[in-house]
Design a protein around this ligand. Structure first.
Ligand SMILES: [Zn+2]
Ligand SMILES: [Zn+2]
Ligand SMILES: [Zn+2]
Length: 164
């Protein structure tokens, strides 16, 4: 497990390149899963990757309607596909989606989300997962998936606040 996902991504990187690599990796992953990375799936995936911030479902719909492409149910199907493939995660509290930095490695969605700038970092802590599973076992509950959304301030916004 790399530490990459534990950190908030700063703005100063070659994002064009980072997005291109992500699309290539997504294509490969789909191929491995025997799935097709269709034009619409690619378009939706690119939108989610456009910034390292959650993008709202409505924003995605709006963008695609501007293109004159795809009715809402088709877009939601593409989003479901990306979710199931592990390429993106859903942030329920924001009704938004984020790109996964390590889709090759299956994991639950555990996030720190900045309430000020909406930057996010994934944590994927096995301690949390174990605690959930143990509590579930004790209460006879079967966990199908879990997503944890922790709201707060990212390092940059904390600095801004301290210096204000
Ligand atoms: Zn980037
Ligand atoms: Zn992820
Ligand atoms: Zn922030």
């Amino acid at each position: 497990m790399t530490s990459e996902r534990l950190h908030f991504i700063s703005g100063d990187h070659d994002h064009q390149r980072c997005m291109k690599d992500a699309i290539t990796r997504a294509e490969e992953l789909c191929l491995q899963q025997g799935q097709r990375f269709t034009a619409l799936r690619r378009r939706v995936f690119s939108l989610v990757w456009r910034q390292h911030k959650p993008i709202g479902a409505y924003e995605i719909l709006e963008e695609l309607q501007r293109d004159g492409r795809a009715a809402p149910p088709t877009v939601y199907r593409a989003l479901d596909f990306l979710l199931e493939s592990g390429l993106i995660h859903r942030i329920a509290s924001l009704n938004a989606y984020v790109a996964c930095l390590q889709p090759e490695h299956r994991h639950e969605g555990q996030f720190f989300i900045c309430t000020s700038c909406r930057a996010f970092a994934e944590l994927d802590s096995s301690l949390i997962t174990t605690a959930i599973e143990q509590n579930a076992r004790e209460s006879g509950f079967e966990v199908q998936r879990h997503t944890i959304e922790i709201m707060g301030l990212c390092p940059q916004c904390r600095l801004l606040k301290e210096n204000a």
